[in-house]
Design a protein around this ligand. Structure first.
Ligand SMILES: NC(=O)C1=CN([C@@H]2O[C@H](COP(=O)(O)OP(=O)(O)OC[C@H]3O[C@@H](n4cnc5c(N)ncnc54)[C@H](O)[C@@H]3O)[C@@H](O)[C@H]2O)C=CC1
Ligand SMILES: CCCCC/C=C\C=C\C(=O)C/C=C\C/C=C\CCCC(=O)O
Length: 262
């Protein structure tokens, strides 16, 4: 489905899964704002995308998603001003840091909540806007409770709970915004190499051989498949509150929940 004239904002879009999503969106003719804390990586990403797709279809905005004021003014407002609207938000930026675990909560959970609320300010009918769609990136870690990454796991559980609650709020409030969550298994990106580093893993670094065995057991996905899943969440108008899982064994599929009984 062509997204001609649509505008997307992708946090953590300069590399890895976010970068693959940016490319998929641009191939579908969307205009994309790449929001990332890494200036060098963002500059390189913008040059490469301009060379491939021509100038004017993407912008790089250097922004730390944990800085709420910058996220509002430099990322969301500038994107809307530059491209005239906002239709798609992908809250993807994430880190793996068990040593500085409070930062992990800040990036992986608090900033996803802020990004969702800002997305609603720019897209929800509540604010007189035209509607849109939000994808929040969680992880299969939310289903594994892996001993190597307790705080990372907690943030990814939180992203699922928040997203499902907000998806229901969107229906109740007639926001016109679909809100879904994506849970990839291991993906071949720089983040995956962080498990080798004591600076990232803290005391859990001693489990790194066990982690590698887990990776060998479940396999490693390519970012392009995760971008395919995102495009499905963006284009399938029936999906709201969906929890999409992507694994080597089952590919793209959905988590199902038992209905609540009284
Ligand atoms: N790689 C994997 O195996 C999996 C990753 N995920 C999730 O996917 C998302 C993307 O991860 P990857 O692409 O693998 O990571 P990555 O490390 O390759 O890319 C993350 C991007 O986010 C940016 N970023 C980090 N902190 C930021 C901040 N404070 N403000 C703005 N940008 C920031 C980085 O500069 C980088 O460009 C994360 O939420 C991660 O938890 C989920 C499941 C598996
Ligand atoms: C286990 C330590 C990981 C350290 C952090 C690095 C990367 C994070 C990756 C993820 O978010 C994914 C984590 C776990 C889920 C992986 C695979 C589950 C596959 C289940 C299945 O195939 O059925």
């Amino acid at each position: 489905m062509a997204l001609m004239g649509r505008v997307a904002l992708v946090t953590g879009g300069a590399q890895g899964i976010g970068r693959a999503a940016v490319e998929a969106l641009m191939r579908s003719a969307a205009k994309v704002s790449v929001v990332d804390v890494n200036q060098d990586c963002g500059d390189a990403c913008k040059s490469e995308l301009d060379a491939e797709f021509g100038g004017g279809s993407c912008a790089f905005i250097q922004c730390d998603v944990t800085d709420g004021d910058a996220l509002r003014a430099d990322a969301f407002q500038k994107t809307a001003d530059m491209f005239g609207r906002l239709d798609i938000v992908i809250n993807n930026a994430g880190i793996n840091n068990e040593k500085n675990w409070e930062k992990t909560i800040g990036v992986n959970l608090t900033s996803v909540i802020k990004g969702t609320y800002l997305g609603l300010e720019h897209m929800s009918r509540e604010y007189g806007k035209q509607g849109g769609t939000i994808i929040n990136v969680s992880s299969m870690a939310a289903f594994m409770h892996s001993p190597h990454q307790p705080v990372y796991t907690a943030t990814k559980h939180g992203v699922i709970g928040f997203t499902r609650a907000m998806a229901d709020a969107s229906v109740l409030g007639n926001y016109g915004v679909r809100i879904n969550v994506l849970c990839p298994a291991f993906v071949d990106t720089p983040l995956l190499h962080s498990v080798e580093e004591e600076d990232n893993m803290g005391k859990f670094v001693k489990f790194k051989e066990d982690f590698k065995r887990t990776m060998d057991k479940f396999g490693v996905l390519q970012p392009s498949l995760i971008a395919d899943g995102m495009m499905r969440l963006i284009t399938d108008a029936a999906l709201n509150g969906a929890v999409m899982k992507i694994t080597c064994s089952k590919g793209i599929h959905f988590h199902t929940y038992e209905p609540m009984s009284a």
